[in-house]
Design a protein around this ligand. Structure first.
Ligand code: APR
Ligand code: PHB
Length: 391
């Protein structure tokens, strides 16, 4: 039998960041993760960090490599109708920027910080199940190295992603869900080639959306919109590079340096929110509670702000024995979540090809893109969302 104050399910960025925020305030945690650490680090995800996220990582001592290796971006580019237009995010937001630093690196830094702090992380914990959620002594059961074990705790943080066990442990009558599944996916590749441009390029093209992103000055991440059930094996590198370039304006396409891919995968696009983020002593955070399509690069940033709020609430509970902040957690986090849901849905609607919506939809998209590059008011709305709304 083990005991801790807060049992954290999932060692993704949400669970690991929460663990370090609580550790820094003297609160004991145990993280239970279904996979191995190597597997967690092999997942390639987005990597655009808002200031809120950067500050939380700094607060747990994970700012050093991020500042050394992360790329500060003060703008993004929109490519459509054969031309590329810059949105000057820094100028439109009074100097705010984002940092391009891969989620894999964020996770690696958090794992290292947790290891150094001596806190317990149990990897390859199978068949996690949650019990006594509406009592003061919840517990978690799991199987590790063939043995069924019990972790007694005071709170459970469900940070186990969209397919985790936490959300589904809440009775259906106590949870409301909202969902939109988009009829397409993103085919992404990672390659050790220099990026085609020094900032991210988001392209609307009649063949479908494309995105030019990066992980460093020598590693690029590119995506093309594809069918939701696309088989990545059907895409040779040559086919990918050809399709990408066809969807970009001439100047951007000319900058693309091709090379062998080191990863190729298809991601579905989904908007999803579960409400509320609490059931008794279980609190949901990150992808366990909500999903955004990657277009706005908000997934990791929402996971970070959720656990920022949750850690404040738990600290207040242990310091003052007051449940007020825990009671406010769900509404506080959801207020930010829904705004990011709206922005991600809007960016997705603006930039993708929707087969069922016809020429009218495409003309409206192009009119909106023109409006964005011509109107300071419209561009400001994009920019302030891209760098991140505070509440
Ligand atoms: N038991 C234990 N661990 C689990 C279980 C389970 N039943 N189910 C899932 N997990 C683990 C997963 O293996 C994963 O490591 O929970 C972790 C959840 O991590 P993420 O999916 O990365 O979710 P989160 O930490 O909320 O981070 C959100 O990830 O998906 C991206 O775009 C998203 O960038 C955002 C970020
Ligand atoms: C990425 O680099 O993977 C990335 C960047 C920006 C996005 C989505 C994904 O909007």
């Amino acid at each position: 039998m083990m005991r801790t104050q807060v049992a954290i399910i999932g060692a993704g960025p949400a669970g690991l960041l929460l663990g370090q925020l609580l550790h820094g305030r003297g609160i004991d945690t145990v993280v239970l993760e279904r996979r191995s650490a190597e597997y967690v680090l092999s997942r390639i995800r987005a990597g655009v960090l808002e200031n809120i996220t950067v500050e939380l990582l700094e607060a747990v001592g994970c700012g050093k490599r991020l500042h050394e290796e992360g790329l500060v971006h003060g703008g993004i580019d929109l490519s459509f109708e054969g031309r590329r237009h810059r949105i000057d995010i820094r100028a439109l937001t009074g100097g705010r920027t984002v940092v391009v630093y891969g989620q894999t690196e964020v996770t690696r830094d958090l794992m290292e910080a947790r290891r150094a702090s001596g806190a317990t992380t149990l990897y390859e914990a199978d068949d996690v199940s949650l019990h006594n959620l509406d009592a003061k002594n919840p517990k978690v059961e799991f199987t590790r190295e063939g043995r069924r074990e019990t972790l007694e705790c005071e709170f459970i943080a469900g940070c186990d992603g969209f397919h985790g066990v936490s959300r589904t442990s809440i009775p259906a009558s106590s949870l409301r869900t909202y969902e939109r599944v988009y009829p397409f996916g993103w085919l992404g590749i990672l390659a050790d080639v220099p990026p085609c441009h020094d900032e991210l390029v988001y392209a609307n093209h009649e063949r479908g959306f494309a995105l030019c992103s990066m992980r460093s000055r020598t590693r690029s991440r590119y995506y093309v919109q594809c069918a939701a059930d696309e088989d990545p094996a059907a895409w040779s590198d040559e086919r990918f590079w050809g399709e990408l370039k066809r969807r970009l304006d001439e100047k951007t396409a000319a900058g693309v340096v091709t090379g062998p891919s080191i990863e190729k995968s298809v991601a579905p696009l989904r908007s999803f929110v579960a409400e509320p983020l609490r059931f008794g002593r279980l609190f949901l955070a990150g992808d366990a509670a909500h999903i955004v399509p990657p277009t706005g690069a908000k997934g990791l940033n929402l996971a970070a702000s959720d656990v920022g709020y949750l850690s404040e609430a738990l600290v207040e509970f242990y310091r003052e024995r007051s449940e007020a902040a825990l009671e406010a957690y769900s509404a506080r986090a959801l207020a930010r979540v829904w705004k990011a849901e709206r922005f991600s849905w809007w960016m997705t609607s603006l930039l993708h090809r929707f087969d069922d919506q016809g020429d009218f939809n495409r003309k409206i998209q192009l009119a909106e893109l023109e409006y964005l590059v011509d109107s300071r008011a419209a561009a400001t709305a994009l920019a302030e969302n891209y760098v991140g709304l505070h509440t």
